[in-house]
Design a protein around this ligand. Structure first.
Ligand code: GTP
Ligand code: MG
Length: 270
């Protein structure tokens, strides 16, 4: 019997965009992957750079249309029409520039606004690049903070350096492979594609602890609270954040901080 010849599957076409503050390294990350090189001189992207590349994901050939956006606010009018029909977003910040990390929320907001009320951010694959990790001396956003922000939103997180190439291939492979899964699933993000191993309450609590101004604030009690109140608040946080129970990035540090805050407070309460 003659074996049926399998028709080769049609090449999949996808659209991806880059987002993030000016100078975070979006163009360099793309250049590192596509051209295997790094240019130290800063050449700001003017409006949009467009390129097409072919990549292989498992048994599939994928045609990727990359729209590399300018991060500068000045180019808002140029980039705003490029958000639609996107399957994947590369969100980039510079680990030595806190503002570029803080700006991630406003990048999401800009995209959401441009997509309008019918746009659906749920069915887009996001990967966050914590970039310039080669400049370790200047680093001010640590891994757990970036990972927490990303994974609590169901986004992938990678530490990258466009200069050394660290993390770049892994990041693109994971990104493209997740986009292919999304397309195979009829354009919807597969439910199990990224199971979040911690709760929103845990993520919010870690963020609150990181930004608390003193030990009272950290435990969430009023200054001058009693021993009982401090212990009660402590126990609640300990159950939520105990490293045996909490898989959220940064939970260990948050737990230690809470233990120290309680010790410090109890020392001064009669
Ligand atoms: P806009 O196009 O203006 O939005 O900026 P961009 O995000 O595309 O930044 P670009 O890739 O042009 O990089 C900005 C500057 O950072 C350049 O001088 C790069 O050489 C430098 N740079 C980018 N990635 C890295 C990195 O991983 N490590 C180091 N040390 N420098 C980097
Ligand atoms: Mg650029």
């Amino acid at each position: 019997m003659e074996a049926k010849r399998r028709e080769p599957r049609k090449a999949l076409r996808i659209k991806v965009i880059s987002m993030g503050n000016a100078e975070a390294g979006k163009s360099c990350i793309i250049k590192r992957y596509c051209e295997k090189r790094f240019v130290p001189k800063y050449l700001a992207t003017i409006g949009i750079d467009y390129g097409v590349t072919k990549v292989q994901v498992r048994d599939r050939e994928i045609k990727v249309n990359i729209f590399d956006m300018a991060g500068h606010p000045f180019f808002y009018e140029v980039r705003n029409e490029f958000y639609k029909d996107t399957q994947g977003v590369i969100l980039v910040y510079d680990v030595g520039q806190k503002e570029s990390f803080d700006a991630l929320d406003s990048w999401l907001a800009e995209m959401k606004q441009e997509l309008g009320p019918h746009g659906n951010m749920e069915n887009i694959v996001f990967v966050v690049c914590a970039n310039k990790i080669d400049c370790s001396k200047l680093r001010c956003v640590d891994e757990s903070e970036g990972r927490l922000w990303s994974e609590s939103r169901g986004f992938f997180y990678f530490e990258t350096s466009a200069q050394t190439g660290e993390g770049i291939n892994e990041m693109f492979q994971t990104f493209y492979s997740a986009i292919v899964d999304l397309c195979d699933n009829g354009g919807k993000r597969p439910v199990a594609s990224m199971s979040i191993s911690f709760t929103k309450e845990q993520a919010d609590t870690i963020r609150r602890i990181r930004s608390s101004k003193d030990s009272w604030d950290m435990l969430g009690v009023k200054p001058g609270a009693t021993r009982d109140e401090v212990n009660k608040a402590y126990r609640k946080l300990a159950v939520l954040l105990h490293p045996d129970k909490c898989m959220a990035p940064g939970s260990e540090d948050a737990f230690k901080a809470v233990v120290n805050a309680r010790t410090a407070l109890l020392k001064n309460i009669k």
